[in-house]
Write a protein that binds this ligand. Structure first.
Ligand code: NAP
Length: 247
């Protein structure tokens, strides 16, 4: 059975991805940090549509909680065969000269270290799976990694730059085993993350500045994630799909 773990699968891009992958027959492990009701809603939507899902609370910035999460998911569904490293955060918009070390380190602890630790735990289970050659990881990065996030969140942009390097490096470490690692780089997508940056309506503000003249949807990102996880993309590894309306 294909088992996908989606970090931050309870809201936004993660929730859309959970529903899409459930439709494709994956058993879906929905990780969340604190919003239990949102996780429960995603599970119920999937079950109603005839899919398989369960939610699992864990703060993935805590290494032991990640280790425990993977063990509990394996006990529930069997070995994880696919991973979507998706959970991420933004902090209040500000310029670099206003940032202190506490904020920058927090950003890296939330957006970078967990992707490594989740991949480490996933790889162990992928090697135990009978579907080993079909296993894949998708890292959700951001267009900010190449745009830079100037005047708003260079710390966040840099954390996503790290994810791009991580994606490339890990893909090369795992290629000979047939485990593929790719990334998506969304631009301005309608989700709640913009409230974390202090500007809930940011997507509407910048929509007209984008070549496609609109923000993107979580479903549009989910479609690309699903393709990169699937055998349809079997010759792609260490690569990225940019979903940023032309930016
Ligand atoms: P979102 O709507 O704010 O949802 C964030 C999800 O991550 C929630 O399910 C949240 O769980 C979970 N989460 C956050 N910290 C966590 C932690 N420490 N442990 C476990 N779960 C945690 O975010 P989104 O916009 O969908 O973003 C998803 C990914 O896309 C992120 O990596 C983000 O950087 C990236 N991205 C988003 C955009 C955009 O415009 N939206 C653009 C580029 C890239 P709780 O609800 O329980 O807290």
């Amino acid at each position: 059975m294909k088992v996908v773990l989606i970090t931050g699968g309870s809201r936004g891009i993660g929730a859309a991805t959970a529903k899409k992958l459930a439709q494709q027959g994956y058993a879906v492990a929905i990780n969340y940090k604190s919003n239990h009701a949102a996780a429960q809603q995603v599970k119920e939507d999937i079950l109603k549509a005839g899919g398989k899902a369960q939610y699992f609370q864990a703060d993935i910035s805590q290494e032991q909680q990640v280790v425990d999460l993977f063990q509990v998911v394996q006990a529930h569904f069997g070995p994880v065969t696919h991973l979507v490293n998706n959970a991420g955060v933004l902090a209040q918009q500000m310029r670099v000269e206003e940032m202190n070390a506490e904020r920058i380190n927090w950003m890296l602890m939330q957006n970078v270290t967990p992707y490594f630790i989740c991949a480490r735990e996933a790889i162990k289970q992928m090697r135990q799976s009978s579907l080993a050659k079909q296993c894949a990881i998708v890292n959700v990065s951001s267009a900010a990694s190449y745009l830079g996030g100037a005047n708003e969140y260079v710390d966040y942009a840099a954390s996503k730059g790290a994810i791009d390097s991580f994606t490339k490096g890990l893909s090369l470490e795992l290629a000979a085993e047939g485990i593929r690692v790719n990334g998506v780089r969304p631009g301005c997508i309608y989700t709640d993350i913009h409230s974390d940056g202090g500007e809930p309506n940011r997507v509407d503000r910048v929509a007209d500045l984008l070549p496609l003249k609109r923000g993107g949807t979580s479903k549009e990102v989910a479609n690309a994630i699903a393709w990169l996880l699937s055998c349809e993309s079997s010759y792609a590894t260490g690569t990225f799909i940019d979903l940023a309306g032309g930016k």
